[in-house]
Design a protein around this ligand. Structure first.
Ligand code: HEC
Length: 500
């Protein structure tokens, strides 16, 4: 059926796509997975982990600047002149915080300190100047030369200059009557008040230390009819312990984890049924959303939504990390439903390569995956995923040139159009939403390329002396290029892969 597979010498395969040979069987969807710090390292609190992250980032960024490779690329224009009078907190700084920082720096947000009031920000004035000038804050890893993204929180040069000038002039408060109205956050939700909150019925007990096996909890929706989800957000009860969460939509006719208990936490190794045990990591269920530190909730445009069929269950797949204190988590997902059935349905697909072997010490090892879309789709967003040796990640459109005179394809005339290029950072798993969704015709080939640093120079490398393969623990590696597409609302993930 014309489904193309491109096997590179590195044995690339694309489990998100039907297998070669042209059958339209849907096989081998990987369960997404992000992982804990390696077990050789003492468990640290999230704050400390992130602190190291930001120091590292600052180092990377300064190194890049020193080499003239500023990440800001085209944006590195003349620094804008600061405002004539010294900027004040209420008039000039607060609006920047509301627009670019408070999604994390607020009471209950993922950052360790809130930036909602003058008293909260003042002690950080100098740190804010440094963090914004080096672009370690707000966190964002996309190469600005490639693509434009809706959720890019980056500051303009003007805004950076304003924050610096404010810090340099003694961080004045200014007149509080000039303050913009406080930005209101719904409890801890970033999306507006959800129409429905589905919470794990039973809390998961978390030990103080050690590796924690992936924990699942199946949460029935009790939907008597299919529902269209316009926005979705994962809200952990213990943010510091949740390294990632993936919420799957298990339709009632799916056999995935069918013998597993419902409404109680379990791990794959504890399952009695061998088929369930073996398939815990493999499903063709669609993903509702992926959560990781720094990721933002899913909010689809009016005309599109994710679909949850009647009788479906949500399967929470949780990767917890121990933080030194025994505790409990009971994660929720908040849903806002579309007002009417949308014309388009959002599916999460993936380009995955699980056949690589990264040699010991390799500083820049390249792994790629390709796949061809069986049907028309509108490309919406990306979510690259690797582990501790991840270095950078790229998505490209593959353009096959035709030889003159309508001759068959000339393989030499292949062009790659970059869609996203990121400096990968394990501690910040982010989605990148295209500012302008892109129509891709059936037959369009997509490529994902990952680079891994297995050298000693990678400060996160748990062991530079071993060859590294695919595996679920962080000392193994993964190469998954998730991407979201909008398709005709009548299609589901299975039928999308049948060419019509
Ligand atoms: C996506 C979430 C997120 C956003 C958006 C964000 N921060 Fe942060 N920020 C964090 C987290 C988490 C930390 C703590 C860990 C760390 O130090 O990296 C932090 C730490 C900081 C620090 C401490 C110093 C440092 O660099 O470690 C400063 C200063 C800071 N942020 C300023 C800002 C400012 C100013 C903005 C907006 C312009 C902003 N942040 C936006 C998540 C965020």
């Amino acid at each position: 059926m014309g489904l193309k597979w491109n096997r590179t010498p590195q044995e690339t395969r694309v489990p998100g796509y039907p297998s070669s040979g042209g059958d339209s069987r849907l096989d081998s969807f990987f369960v997404s997975e992000t992982a804990a710090p390696p077990r050789t390292r003492p468990t640290a609190t999230m704050d400390r982990r992130l602190k190291r992250t930001s120091m590292l980032l600052t180092m990377i960024l300064s190194a890049a600047v020193a080499l003239g490779l500023s990440l800001s690329g085209s944006r590195a224009q003349q620094p804008a002149a600061p405002p004539k009078t010294a900027p004040t907190f209420y008039r000039d700084v607060l609006p920047i915080l509301q627009g670019h920082c408070q999604q994390c720096h607020r009471a209950g947000g993922i950052a360790p300190m809130a930036f909602e009031t003058y008293a909260q920000l003042k002690p950080y004035a100098a740190a804010v100047k440094v963090a914004t000038q080096t672009k370690s804050m707000p966190p964002w890893f996309a190469d600005p030369e490639v693509g434009k993204f809706l959720n890019d929180p980056s500051l303009s040069e003007q805004e950076i200059a304003t924050l610096s000038a404010w810090a340099d002039s003694g961080a004045p408060a200014g007149r509080s009557d000039e303050a913009s109205a406080p930005r209101v956050w719904t409890e801890n939700w970033t999306i507006p008040q959800p129409d429905l909150v589905l919470k794990m019925p039973q809390p998961v007990r978390l030990p103080a230390g050690g590796d924690i096996e992936y924990t699942y909890e199946i949460v029935p929706t009790h939907f008597t009819e299919g529902r269209w989800v316009q926005m979705a957000e994962v809200l952990p009860a213990r943010r510091g312990n949740v390294h990632h969460a993936v919420v799957y939509v298990r339709p009632p006719d799916s056999s995935w984890l069918r013998h597993a208990p419902v409404g109680v936490p379990f791990t794959a190794s504890a399952l009695g049924d061998p088929a369930d045990r073996a398939s815990a990591m493999w499903t063709d269920s669609d993903i509702l959303l992926v959560y990781a530190p720094g990721s933002s909730p899913d909010m689809w445009p009016e005309s599109m939504a994710k679909y949850v069929p009647a009788g479906a269950d949500l399967v929470f797949q949780m990767h917890y990390t121990a933080t030194g204190t025994a505790t409990e988590d009971q994660t929720s997902v908040g849903l806002r439903f579309a007002k009417q059935p949308p014309p388009q349905r959002v599916l999460t697909l993936q380009l995955t390569n699980d056949h690589f072997v990264i040699p010991p010490g390799a500083p820049n090892y390249r792994v790629e995956a390709r796949g061809t879309l069986p049907n028309d789709a509108v490309l919406l967003s990306f979510f690259p995923h690797m582990h501790l040796r991840g270095k950078s990640f790229e998505y490209n459109l593959v353009r096959h040139g035709k030889a003159r005179g309508g001759a068959p394809q000339n393989p030499a005339a292949v062009g790659f159009e970059p869609l996203l290029r990121v400096h990968y950072h394990f501690h910040w798993q982010m989605s990148y939403r295209l500012a302008t969704p892109m129509h891709l015709a059936a037959g369009t080939e997509l490529q994902a390329v990952a680079w891994f640093d297995n050298s000693r120079d990678n400060p996160h490398n748990p062991d530079p002396d071993v060859a590294v393969r695919w595996g679920e623990q962080t000392y193994d590696e993964m190469m998954v290029g998730f991407f979201d597409v909008a398709v005709d609302a009548r299609l589901d993930k299975r039928s999308f892969f049948v060419r019509h």
